[in-house]
Design a protein. Structure first.
Length: 220
């Protein structure tokens, strides 16, 4: 009798522990079985943004190397930047696919002159700026062309707008002023997409982005 009194609680405690562990195991695996469409979309957008930023970074390195008189580094960075821009254009479906490919081709044609020293820094800087602007416009165009919500794309849109903005100084004149105003307004609008009123702000943001792209078409 005494033996049963001591062994029964042990068996009961063991059963409780096994039951609890089983429950945690079941609940722990439930979230993993649920597919996340939003996550997949975010990953695709981030990948596109990263590719454009990588191409632009190589082009910036080329300009910096050229300013230092390092022709070998300049040519190497230009080749990398052009190849990345062409790859980006090849996987795009928007209105700026051909414009990006054209600007990348123009820059590619300058590389022999850069290597020989026949192409001046100002010519190279402007050509690089146009490719970067095409990268930014292409990125924005792809996002708008998807037809879906832009609420999860604020980061990629901001990146595209900043690429466009970075190329404005090389244009000079009224184009710089007009483009700067359009891009600043669009950046302000995009910043609202992540807030509580993001859905309400989205129609106006799409119009602002459309205005930026129309400006870019005239430049590119």
């Amino acid at each position: 009798m005494t033996r049963n009194l001591f062994t029964l609680p042990k068996l009961t405690l063991a059963s409780l522990l096994l039951s609890t562990a089983s429950a945690f195991a079941q609940f722990g695996t439930l979230p993993k079985a649920v597919p996340s469409t939003a996550s997949a979309t975010t990953t695709a957008v981030a990948s596109t943004s990263t590719a454009a930023d990588s191409a632009a970074a190589s082009l910036d390195q080329a300009v910096a190397a050229n300013a230092k008189g390092d022709k070998a580094a300049t040519v190497s960075a230009l080749n990398a930047g052009v190849a990345a821009a062409e790859a980006q254009a090849a996987t795009s479906k928007g209105d700026f696919k051909d414009k990006l490919m054209s600007q990348a081709s123009n820059l590619k044609n300058l590389i022999p002159g850069v290597a020989s020293g026949a192409v001046s820094g100002n010519i190279l800087t402007k050509a690089v700026s146009l490719v970067k602007m095409a990268l930014g416009a292409n990125q924005i165009s792809n996002l708008l062309g998807g037809g879906g919500s832009l609420l999860s794309s604020a980061g990629a849109l901001t990146g595209g707008l900043n690429l466009l903005k970075g190329g404005l100084p090389s244009l000079g004149g009224q184009a710089t002023s007009t483009g700067g105003s359009l891009i600043s307004n669009a950046l302000s609008g995009v910043s609202k997409l992540g807030g509580i009123g993001g859905a309400a702000a989205e129609p106006a943001v799409k119009q602002q982005l459309g205005g930026v792209l129309n400006f870019a078409k005239g430049i590119l």
